[in-house]
Write a protein that binds this ligand. Structure first.
Ligand code: HEC
Ligand code: HEC
Length: 203
């Protein structure tokens, strides 16, 4: 009885966001990441542009994506479904803590596309109603963990462009309040490619 009261008091103290799982343990996550390394890199900087880098991404965002792949209702990817199928909630927390603790490397932007990409990222497209990306993802591309806006900086352009097309085509639907679908549906292919290049070069 005493223990129950203590737990109830602790939960009240920590607020309603308290999770039943212990916070992620980065060292445990590193041990569990062996099966992820081939695609996402040993330190979360992925060697191939079809695979997103995970290094330095916010832990909560990473946990959400793993859980979404596992649920396979709003974000579907056959490869990732197979990878997360056997993960427990604690595994996801540990893996996320590990990748969040790593340092992301800046990528390379295609200089020819950077001017348009920068204009979209910083100012959006007023005539078609695309909002400025930096309003949510921050001027540096580091995002805003408190508001659940992921970090984008240094990400492979090919991956970023695919996500924007997936949001636009309603293939990725795990954005709260359709925040990203409402952005992407107003974007042309040229704008998607250009902003993805600009983002790859953000440090
Ligand atoms: C065979 C290659 C492969 C392996 C192995 C793999 N992944 Fe992935 N991962 C992908 C691909 C491809 C995507 C992008 C899917 C898409 O297009 O939406 C992805 C996406 C992700 C994302 C979403 C990133 C973001 O920015 O939204 C997370 C998180 C992730 N993987 C974690 C893991 C973890 C943890 C493991 C190991 C348990 C793992 N992956 C193993 C290929 C792989
Ligand atoms: C109103 C806020 C908002 C604006 C404006 C916004 N985003 Fe997002 N974006 C989000 C949220 C929220 C998510 C996370 C969705 C989720 O939980 O999976 C996201 C996710 C993304 C992702 C997926 C990241 C990954 O690792 O898979 C990309 C890429 C992205 N945004 C690019 C952009 C670009 C480019 C723009 C500008 C054209 C933009 N965003 C404008 C809120 C916003």
């Amino acid at each position: 009885m005493k223990t129950k009261l203590l737990i109830a008091a602790l939960c009240a103290l920590l607020g309603s966001n308290v999770s039943v799982f212990a916070a992620g343990n980065a060292a445990a996550g590193k041990d569990k990441s062996a099966m992820c390394m081939g695609c996402h890199g040993a330190d979360g900087n992925s060697p191939a542009d079809a695979f997103p880098s995970l290094a330095g991404q916010h832990a909560d965002y990473l946990v959400k994506q793993m859980a979404d792949f596992k649920a396979a209702t709003h974000r579907n990817d056959p490869t990732m479904l197979g990878m997360v199928a056997a993960l427990s909630a604690q595994d996801m927390e540990d893996l996320a803590a590990f990748y969040a603790s790593q340092t992301g490397k800046a990528g390379m932007a295609d200089e020819k596309q950077v001017a348009l990409g920068k204009a979209i990222y910083r100012g959006g497209n007023i005539s078609s109603g695309v909002p400025a990306c930096m309003g949510c993802h921050s001027p540096s591309g580091a995002g805003n963990p408190g508001a659940k806006f992921p970090s984008l900086k240094g990400q492979h352009a090919k991956y970023t462009a695919k996500q924007l097309r997936d949001f636009r085509d309603n293939n990725r639907k795990n954005d709260a309040g359709k925040m990203m679908r409402n952005v992407a549906l107003r974007m042309t292919n040229e704008e998607i490619e250009a902003v993805a290049q600009f983002i790859a070069g953000l440090k």
